[in-house]
Design a protein around this ligand. Sequence first.
Ligand SMILES: *[C@@H]1O[C@H](CO)[C@@H](O)[C@H](O)[C@H]1NC(C)=O
Ligand SMILES: *[C@@H]1O[C@H](CO)[C@@H](O)[C@H](O)[C@H]1NC(C)=O
Ligand SMILES: *[C@@H]1O[C@H](CO)[C@@H](O)[C@H](O)[C@H]1NC(C)=O
Ligand SMILES: *[C@@H]1O[C@H](CO)[C@@H](O)[C@H](O)[C@H]1NC(C)=O
Ligand SMILES: CC(=O)N[C@H]1CO[C@H](CO)[C@@H](O)[C@@H]1O
Length: 508
Amino acid sequence: MLLILSAVCVTLLNTATLVATENETIPDCDYFDTVNVTGSQRLVNGSYLYQGVVIPAELTAEFDYRVLPDDSTEPVERHLRGCVCQLRPCLRLCCHHSQLMANGQCSGSVEVDLTRLNPYLSVTLDDGTVARRHFQEEFIIQSDLPIPCNDMYPLNDQEEQDQYIVFENGSFFRPYDSATMSKREYCLQAYDFREGETESFRIVAHNCSIKSNSKTGKTVVIILTLVCLACTITVYLKLKKLRNLHGKCFVCCLSCLFMGYLFLLMDLWELTNAICKPSGYIGYYFVMANFLWLSVISWNLHSTFSCSVSRVNRYRPKYVFLVYNVYAWGMASVLTAVIYMVDHLVEDIPENEPWMPGVGFYNCWIKTQDWSAMLYFFGPMLIVIIFNVTMFILTAIRIVAVKRELQSIVDRQERKQKLNSDKQTYSFFLRLFVIMGLNWSLEILSYLVQDDDIWKNVFLVADYLNWSTGIIIFFLFVMKRSVLRLFRERNDDEVSEEEISLEETQRL
Ligand SMILES: *[C@@H]1O[C@H](CO)[C@@H](O)[C@H](O)[C@H]1NC(C)=O
Ligand SMILES: *[C@@H]1O[C@H](CO)[C@@H](O)[C@H](O)[C@H]1NC(C)=O
Ligand SMILES: *[C@@H]1O[C@H](CO)[C@@H](O)[C@H](O)[C@H]1NC(C)=O
Ligand SMILES: *[C@@H]1O[C@H](CO)[C@@H](O)[C@H](O)[C@H]1NC(C)=O
Ligand SMILES: CC(=O)N[C@H]1CO[C@H](CO)[C@@H](O)[C@@H]1O
């Protein structure tokens, strides 16, 4: 009888404690100091035995949520957690220890050969001494905590700028920017560094990308560029005199530039996170299309000059513009399809990463950290820039030759006029190419020196120049006397038309 009573009593007490622990958190214990102790052995006095550590009952609680690094919570299935890190040093891994980080994320079910892994890592103790510790034997491993961000970078502590210190209590210090971080903001994981022949498979810290604080400046400049581009496009669409083949190509080129900058801006403000990858591909498409339109313009310019002397009444079939459209939009689609396929068909493992386009890996844009950007992004650009320069030199040679020809034949007044207007066109586009070519050449250079701190700052100027392309274009191509005059004439025309209609209505 007594036995039954006591059994009932225990059951009741248990239910009572269960009710009491609902929604409970462990007092004075950070969520990031806990581990999931579900299924570990429960001792008679209520403590839990987890990996050789006795966790008193008051340091455990049932959780039906998990805490994210920004302190918000997310519901998960109910499980028991214990505040183990107050009892033993913990190691905060990003993923399960048999996984690797690929593209900043845990690499699913890739089996890692842990026998090659160097299991020791340096930990700074409270008294300042550095100790080598075995990650499995001397630490409690925490591997189910949420990852701080979805673009974790491995820090190669053998490189000077990537030094860091992990403290025994789990704090992390980064001398690069004197940042101290808690377990919310960094994590450790095995990483396979390969530099030539030497291979080093060890546990290193991963940090989130350092958000550049020049966001406001960049935003303002890009918004101004967008406004200026929109104005330029409007002016060139409105003015009939500018709506020739050159003008149309120019408008297409600027529209692509506009879209490219729009996506860059949205990426900057993380507005495209929901459609991260699609927006990356669309942005790439427009930047490439912009370049292809540039090559169309320089080709068109070259062919204009080649025909202008041999045939005075130039024969310009209507479908030329159509052909240009098919070429520019089509080629851009092909390039985009290529990077899409490489991204999706190639297996997502660290070895493949350096030559994958990596749209959406680190941000919602094509990856520009690796040399793969040279292959998919800067390479095609470079080809177009070289093509343009060639076309411009050929055209310039042509102009000089024609000029000489005209000097010997005097009475070709009409032809001379034609040449003059063509020369204007030439100087017009020369300006466009100097801006865009120079801009992007600087951008390519800045990509090539991105690992060098001093040069990186120098090329920040180039970045600003690049973002302000639209503003420069506006001032060079719209705020010109000739264009402004055309605009005034057009307005005058409209006024006079209005006056006529007014007169007409009065007459009626
Ligand atoms: C307690 O738990 C309930 C249900 O699980 C949940 O709706 C509520 O938000 C929790 N309260 C707190 C303070 O966490
Ligand atoms: C906690 O651990 C148990 C047993 O290992 C597992 O079944 C459960 O899914 C884990 N819960 C969470 C939220 O990780
Ligand atoms: C519970 O029991 C274990 C082993 O029997 C012991 O090490 C631990 O100190 C006890 N805890 C409490 C709170 O009594
Ligand atoms: C961990 O230890 C380091 C060095 O002793 C100290 O600077 C840091 O504040 C400690 N962090 C916590 C969370 O106690
Ligand atoms: C010390 C340091 O800054 N390490 C890395 C943190 O993440 C960024 C990504 O933006 C890397 O470039 C750093 O090398």
